[in-house]
Design a binder for this molecule. Structure first.
Ligand SMILES: O=C(CO)COP(=O)(O)O
Ligand SMILES: O=C[C@H](O)COP(=O)(O)O
Ligand SMILES: [Zn+2]
Ligand SMILES: [Zn+2]
Length: 305
């Protein structure tokens, strides 16, 4: 069933488990996400960025909405990193049940004003809202506290932000970053900061940049002719820990991009005569489904639907 983000995330926060919010850009990605959620009886969030809307538009949104409505588990369609009030309203018109307004690059008061405006309109339409406070970006474990505080989310500020905006769930900067290069070795996430914010705020917290960039997928990518440098993601244990302390929405895009490309590369490498797109994209879908299954296991959402 198609539900709001809040319907999925409030129980997750209360139950101390995480729900994957996977980015989609086509039918196969959407199927991998929603069909795996059904297989595992897990709630799930499917999200489209503004780039995904530009690429797939209402056609893609309708695929997600149709699969969600027919699904036997709760599914929300969420706008990832909405950049303006107009963008959030456009997504709501398209049928999204959850929107992110990301004004985190603006000064605090402007972030509050922009977010509050979206919250007021979205709530009137029964749509839930995510906002972001702090700057995403990899940080090294040895970095001094003052430097961390310069861009990671300040707990007291987070409390004021939620009070002033009425936002439903909050993305916090905890040292993660987008993409396949999150830092050398084991990328750092600031568990103490999550715990502190989780103690002060009872709403669901959101972790962006949470792909695991599994070594096995990176190796398969290389073995099938792909080129990638020192890729590294967020360790499974770090996500498990974060979900115990307030993280309820866990954003994953890079892992599905890698998995999809691995599937395509392997089919074409191993079957030079193949040109049936169902063989190519079908394999991509299978590799992505395995990633979604793994992530749902790590986050603890299996069986929660
Ligand atoms: O945060 C994300 C989307 O908003 C995706 O993060 P990854 O690049 O780690 O997959
Ligand atoms: O956070 C960003 C997501 O990975 C979406 O990326 P995109 O804007 O390239 O679709
Ligand atoms: Zn993000
Ligand atoms: Zn703990």
């Amino acid at each position: 069933m198609l539900v709001t983000g809040k319907d999925i995330l409030v129980p997750a926060r209360a139950g101390k488990y995480g729900v994957g919010a996977f980015n989609t850009n086509n039918m196969e990605i959407t199927q991998a996400i929603i069909h795996t959620a059904e297989k595992l009886r897990s709630p799930v969030i499917v999200q489209m960025s503004e780039g995904a809307i530009k690429y797939g538009g209402q056609d893609l949104a309708n695929i997600v909405i149709d699969l969600a409505k027919r699904a036997t588990v709760p599914v929300a369609l969420h706008l990832d990193h909405g950049s303006s009030y107009a963008s959030a309203m456009n997504a709501i018109r398209m049928g999204f049940t959850s929107v992110m307004i990301d004004a985190s690059h603006h000064p605090f008061e402007e972030n509050v004003a922009e977010t509050a405006k979206v919250v007021e309109a979205a709530h009137a339409l029964g749509v839930s809202v995510e906002a972001e406070l702090g700057r995403l970006g990899g940080i090294e474990e040895h970095i001094v506290v003052d430097e961390k505080d310069a861009f990671l989310t300040d707990p007291e500020e987070a409390v004021k932000f939620v009070q002033d905006t009425g936002v439903d769930y909050l993305a916090i900067a905890i040292g993660t970053s987008h993409g396949a290069y999150k830092g050398k070795g084991r990328p750092y996430i600031d568990q103490a900061r999550i715990t502190k914010i989780g103690e002060l705020l009872s709403i669901p917290l959101v972790a962006h940049g949470s792909s695991g960039v599994p070594a096995e997928i990176v190796q398969r990518f290389r073995d099938a002719g792909g080129e990638i440098g020192d890729a590294a993601g967020i360790a499974d244990d770090d996500l498990r820990e974060a979900c115990k302390h307030g993280i309820a929405k866990v954003n994953v895009d890079t892992d599905l991009r890698l998995a999809s490309t691995v599937g395509i590369r392997e089919v074409l490498r191993d079957n030079p005569k193949e040109f049936d797109p169902r063989k190519v994209f079908g394999k991509a879908r299978d590799v992505m489904s395995a990633i979604v299954e793994h992530k749902m296991g790590v986050l603890g959402s299996v069986g929660k639907a």
